[in-house]
Write a protein that binds this ligand. Structure first.
Ligand SMILES: *[C@@H]1O[C@H](CO)[C@@H](O)[C@H](O)[C@H]1NC(C)=O
Ligand SMILES: *[C@@H]1O[C@H](CO)[C@@H](O)[C@H](O)[C@H]1NC(C)=O
Ligand SMILES: *[C@@H]1O[C@H](CO)[C@@H](O)[C@H](O)[C@H]1NC(C)=O
Length: 372
């Protein structure tokens, strides 16, 4: 309120004598602050200090791999420099790309953010799934960069570094992206059988997570074309089309990601778009003298001290580790697939991709992909 009062007065009078209580501080929206330096018997002149708090990040987005450590840069300083240090508090908060709110997003950009860490002096506290995984880098004065260890698939989103010094409150945001691959997924019961919760579970079962819109969009830019609608992490249902055609939104629509918008999470059923990122282990096609039915395939991986691979692991190995193998193999969900990096004769279509035979009867015989 005082700020509101001061502004017109200053505008009219410039630096004039205003009768105000000693040591009252005023915050001004444009980042400047005004400071009453009166010592109790003064006329309460207001001096325009022109000191401003800057909070900055050299990178507006950072991309990382699952399981690694990442640093989200954030620095603060004052201009002009202060002679004495001020007591500042830093708060890192997060707007997850996944796990979108069940209701429409509140109008305030900050409202749906959750706290990651707060720190003041040497004291700090971290929250939720970040507890024990985050710290401030503090490699130099003013360095408030956030270090996150053991990155998880669902750590992606927008992080806000906010500095509060009692008078001022400035912030900057840094986007955290994860390198990975988007793949369409449908249930072994058939097409369009998954409601939102089942889709979340289906991706998780494949060592993946529901893709965000940004992840699907990137995949579309990289050529993903899929004519079946799938759930995304925000509860919308969409599908990516690079070659417009009848039955996929029609020929009149430009290429793009087609959206059915938000759908009912329990009642409506679609497929899913899952997102998988780099994996710690390796996926390999098991060298086995004979072809195997599904039960034998599971056992054979076990006997080779590994597990039958999940769909997300096969996609990650194909996309991020270059796994290329023209042999169909069982996967943990009972589907049969094979990964092709260099398209060639008798190995499916002329583009790279993970080829799928769907979910064949489990007594049929194929190879198997294991994960160790
Ligand atoms: C994120 O993933 C971890 C496992 O990697 C899980 O424990 C946690 O519940 C997930 N959080 C959300 C919000 O989905
Ligand atoms: C088990 O895996 C090893 C590689 O770690 C491989 O050399 C061996 O041939 C495998 N066994 C079978 C039965 O494929
Ligand atoms: C796979 O073959 C084994 C015999 O090696 C048999 O016992 C088992 O029932 C078969 N499993 C399926 C799913 O057909």
């Amino acid at each position: 309120m005082l700020v509101g009062l001061l502004r017109p007065l200053l505008a009219v009078c410039g630096l004039v004598q205003l009768r105000v209580a000693t040591a009252l501080h005023y915050n001004h929206n444009n980042g400047f602050y005004y400071h009453d330096v009166g010592d109790g018997n003064s006329n309460g002149e207001i001096y325009f200090n022109g000191v401003r708090l800057y909070v900055e990040s050299p990178q507006s987005s950072v991309s990382a791999t699952r399981g690694s450590s990442v640093t989200l840069p954030c620095h603060f300083h004052y201009e002009p420099e202060l002679s004495a240090p001020r007591r500042t508090r830093v708060k890192w908060s997060w707007l997850p790309a996944n796990g979108a709110p069940a209701h429409p997003v509140p109008s305030s950009a900050f409202a749906s953010e959750t706290e990651v860490m707060v720190a003041m002096g040497n004291r700090h506290r971290s929250y939720g799934g970040f507890r024990g995984r985050v710290r401030l880098r503090r490699s130099a004065p003013g360095d408030l960069s956030l270090v996150i260890n053991e990155l998880r698939l669902n750590d992606t989103g927008r992080y806000r570094c906010e500095v509060i010094d009692g008078l001022e409150d400035e912030s900057v945001t840094v986007e955290l992206e994860m390198r990975g691959v988007v793949f369409p997924y449908y249930s072994n019961k058939g097409r369009y059988r998954l409601n939102f919760l089942a889709a979340q579970q289906a991706c998780q079962d494949q060592d993946a997570t529901l893709a965000t819109f940004e992840q699907l969009f990137t995949a579309w830019e990289e050529g993903l074309d899929w004519c079946n609608a799938g759930w995304l992490a925000d509860g919308t249902v969409q599908y990516p089309i690079t070659a417009p055609r009848a039955g996929c939104g029609g020929l009149d629509l430009a290429p793009g990601v087609r959206s059915y918008g938000l759908r009912h999470r329990l009642l409506h059923r679609f497929d899913a778009f899952c997102f998988s990122a780099s994996i710690k282990g390796t996926v390999y096609f098991l060298q086995h003298p004979t072809k195997l039915n599904f039960t034998e395939a599971v056992r054979a991986c076990g006997e080779n001290s590994s597990h039958i691979a999940k769909v997300g692991q096969l996609y990650a190995a194909w996309r991020l580790a270059g796994l290329d193998r023209c042999d169909a193999g069982w996967l943990a969900d009972g589907s049969v697939r094979y990964p092709i990096v260099k398209a060639r004769a008798n190995c499916g279509p002329p583009e790279p991709g993970v080829r799928s035979f769907g979910f064949p009867p489990r007594q049929q015989k194929f190879g198997v992909y294991c994960y160790r």
